[in-house]
Design a protein around this ligand. Sequence first.
Ligand SMILES: [Zn+2]
Length: 426
Amino acid sequence: MEPAEEPSRGVAGVPADFDSMPTAVLLDLVRSGRATTRPELVNASGAGRKAVAERVAHLVDVGLLEDTGLVPSSGGRPVRTLAVNPGAGHVVAAIVGSTEITLARTDLTGRVIASAHCSWQVERGPQETMQRVAALLDETSIPVRGRAPWAIALGLPGPVEFSTTRLSAPAIMPGWDGFSPRAWLRERYDAPVWADNHVHVMALGEWHEQPQPRRDLLFIEVGVDVGAGLVVDGHVLRGERGGAGAIGHIRVSADETRCRCGKTGCLEVTAGGWAILLKAAERAAESPTLSRMLRTGPLTLEDIGVAAREGDPVVEELLQRAADDVSAVASSLVTFINPGEVVLGGGVLNAGPRFLKTMDAAIKANGPELVTERLVVRPSSLSDGYGIIGAARLALDSILTPPSLARWLPSRTPLAHGAELQRIVR
Ligand SMILES: [Zn+2]
């Protein structure tokens, strides 16, 4: 008698309703690296050897898993290792920033197989922007030879209601309020579509690129605006509707400068790049460096970075105030969350190491020992925080998570199940 039918042998991480989607769970175990051989799958899933063998054979047959080699086993005989077949399908990941769009097609392991990039002003509105996204999709279609993507995921520079992908009063995206990129794309492509705030997407990318695997990661972006993303055990914490992490609008001061959200005292009013530019321009008369820069045109964040590295006192003062305010918020968040890593990303990294040092010191001075003792505070590892890796993960996780995979596996493609999958991952 196989021990197969005794689900009590399952391990943490295997859903309680294992029986309804056993094959999908096996793929998930391989994909996450928790099991890479059939005996490991038996141990990790609690299913019997025969059941595992049959289900793995099915996954190999449909092309989602492949045998990749041999490793020694405790029983003496080498056993075959399994991996997700990267080329079984592909997904599209796109990051729409305020001034550029990056789009990539990746295989099922998240490896980029084609990419395109262009400068673009998101304020040109949703129709023109989505047409540009579609053009980049066309540009990257050669390596996949007409095959349709299995999913599309977008990162957007504003608050996104995750269940509908609708933008919600985005400060820097005029004309986008209430617009659903999913609805636009679904009229033209069969693939299911997900969209999220770009900081959430970058946080997810950072989590997957961690130098040392840790369970929970807090990503803080300080660029033109200020936001945060929390990833808990590989899942982005989005909150009830997708608005989690909008820390730029936490009230931190009595500063009466009006924030772009319409309120006053927001963290962004001292720490957002847009606000620092305004304040630096106002005080340019105090600074020979800023005065010189202003003679060639309006100040840019690149100018602020240069002035900071040159030790300009006005810019140093503005950045120190920004660092102090961000650090105060970050300390509270860290004490509440107890993450393994805090990652700082965004344009502020171009202004030198001081901002990060301030944040690191403040967090470690203020938090309880259990929270801070092993905490790593580091700069973002992704070049320019592209977030493409994160967006690809969002697409892949959405279609390969066991409840989704169980739905489409019998028809061997997620394309016919877009609407259902969007209802499952919301
Ligand atoms: Zn605000």
